[in-house]
Design a binder for this molecule. Sequence first.
Ligand SMILES: Cc1cc2nc3c(=O)[nH]c(=O)nc-3n(C[C@H](O)[C@H](O)[C@H](O)COP(=O)(O)O)c2cc1C
Length: 212
Amino acid sequence: MTSEWQNASGELVFRDDWPEEPTPVLTEWLPDNEEPARPTMVVATVDESGAPDSRIQLLTAWDDHGFYFHTDTRSRKVAQLAHEPRVSFTVHLPAEAHQITVQGVAELADAAELEWAFAHRSAYLQQLAWQNTVEFASLPRLDRVSAWDAFAVDHVEGFTAPPTWTGYLVRPSRLTFWVGSTSTASRRVEYRRAAATGELSRSSWAVTQLAG
Ligand SMILES: Cc1cc2nc3c(=O)[nH]c(=O)nc-3n(C[C@H](O)[C@H](O)[C@H](O)COP(=O)(O)O)c2cc1C
């Protein structure tokens, strides 16, 4: 199998042999978890009536168990995931002409992970986690600006996570890597297993090539 892409320095990179498990590709394609600029992804869920829903989220981190994103306990997606934990998300990495699509099952992240993730959010996003309410959103603009500034002044020492801070680990059962090319057709390489168990590096994946 051969694919090619330009890395951040503009060099053409070739991958001839796709590994038996997806972690080497994820390591190559995604920024390190400590990198402050996070990739965005569209997370799709299913609502209580069976209708699809989606929204952009930051991909907070990934590890051998799966992928992590974080949100507010009062958000629509939290109610939807309690009802139907199966989830799909797509990360678009336009600079490299890459796309990663994942299907899996979401579970609540553990307390240590939630703490790590909040500590790695920017000060703006930490404050947003406190002030992301309907009441705040309903204020006139000037009141929203002054309430925001007053809250920041009251918390110059920094923010701890509010009780509404939550997050998910998505254990994948299918990962699809899309590779664009300016010199040949785009293509995909898919990793699939029957159950969403995590343990990404365990090489029990079926690997197949697909048209782009
Ligand atoms: C670039 C971008 C990044 C976002 N990142 C997050 C995020 O990491 N967590 C989050 O809860 N909302 C994030 N949002 C807001 C969500 O898209 C969404 O409006 C919010 O989570 C409520 O979604 P829901 O009502 O479908 O649950 C982001 C929006 C944008 C445009």
